[in-house]
Write a protein that binds this ligand. Structure first.
Ligand SMILES: NC(=[NH2+])NCCC[C@H](N)C(=O)O
Length: 297
């Protein structure tokens, strides 16, 4: 499946003191992507203002969202674009930056694919409202915003608002209290690291495929925060959480989802290498994930 790449070096949604490393991470990944099918969204140099939203740097998050939407809007519909030279449908893979880069691509996919499920492969649920957020960082609020709750400036239009019944959290293992209550209240599906990882009685990937099937969806957007991986698999992440996935298991789960459903878009976020050397060490993992998303099946 020939893909195009949209590189968005946003750091303003991160609450990490090393947020600027997200910009280096986006550049490091971009350096390994084919230039002919890679575009870049410029992000403001400055931090930005909260605009009384309770979201730190909301003005930057908003202007970057709109720039991403404009860049995506220039493309024909997902799954209908002719891939470069191959006449096959292709997808856009958005490369972060922090998780906030998913705002426009997911909303757009929801608007265009009524049968969509969003698989949120992330150590964190990103389900805080601005009031509940411990950090004020937008990256902890992205999924909740996509569900229509949060800063008015940032929530999607009605036609692009995601329904909680179409969300599958996967590999999520770090929650704030209010997030756990919200997940329970909305009965949001969760596939645990163990379920994604093990293959005792099931084939690897079956648990995730079954969870997506149970939403009734036939197409899927895959959000991948690299912190879904175990910290032993990748060094360059700003919110490492123990007991995560292996790269091999992530790749197999992606492949299983692609075999069963139509992939209409994907995002890879939160690569935050501390130096060019460590970036180089991690890039093989990142490139294996990109290949799992884009190679012909
Ligand atoms: N996608 C992420 N890295 N999210 C981190 C969120 C951490 C925490 N829940 C917060 O809101 O601050």
């Amino acid at each position: 499946m020939p893909a195009t790449f949209l590189v968005v070096p946003q750091w303003q949604g991160s609450g990490s003191s090393r947020a600027m490393q997200l910009s280096d991470g986006a550049d490091a990944i971009a350096g390994d992507l084919p230039a002919a099918v890679t575009r870049r969204v410029e992000v403001p140099l400055g931090a930005g203002e909260s605009l009384d939203t309770g979201v730190h740097r909301a003005s930057s998050v908003l202007s970057i969202r709109d720039a991403v939407a404009a860049a995506l809007g220039a493309d024909p519909d997902d799954g209908e674009r002719e891939g470069v030279g191959q006449g096959e449908p292709g997808i856009v893979v958005t490369i972060g930056g922090d998780c906030g880069v998913e705002l426009a691509p997911v909303a757009r996919a929801v608007g265009r694919h009524p049968d969509l499920a969003v698989v949120w492969l992330d150590a964190h649920a990103d389900l805080c409202t601005p009031e509940e957020s411990p950090s004020g960082a937008f990256s902890g609020m992205v999924l909740r915003t996509l569900l229509g709750d949060g800063a008015k400036l940032l929530v999607p239009t009605a036609g692009e608002t995601l329904n909680a019944s179409r969300v599958v959290l996967a590999g999520t293992r770090s929650y704030d209290d209010d997030e756990e209550a919200f997940i329970e209240e909305k009965a949001i599906r969760l596939v645990t690291v163990d379920q994604l990882q093990q293959s005792e009685d099931l084939e690897r990937g079956d648990a995730l495929v079954a969870a997506v099937e149970s939403t009734g969806a036939s197409s899927v957007y895959l959000h991948i925060d690299l912190d879904v991986l175990d910290p032993a698999e990748i060094a360059g992440i700003s919110y490492p959480e123990p007991f995560g996935l292996t790269v091999a298991a992530l790749v197999e789960n992606i492949t299983a989802v692609r075999r069963r459903f139509t992939l209409v878009g994907a995002g890879i976020t939160q690569f935050a290498p501390s130096s060019p050397d460590t970036a180089a060490d991690d890039l093989s993992a990142v490139l294996r994930i990109i290949s799992a998303l884009t190679r012909p099946l």
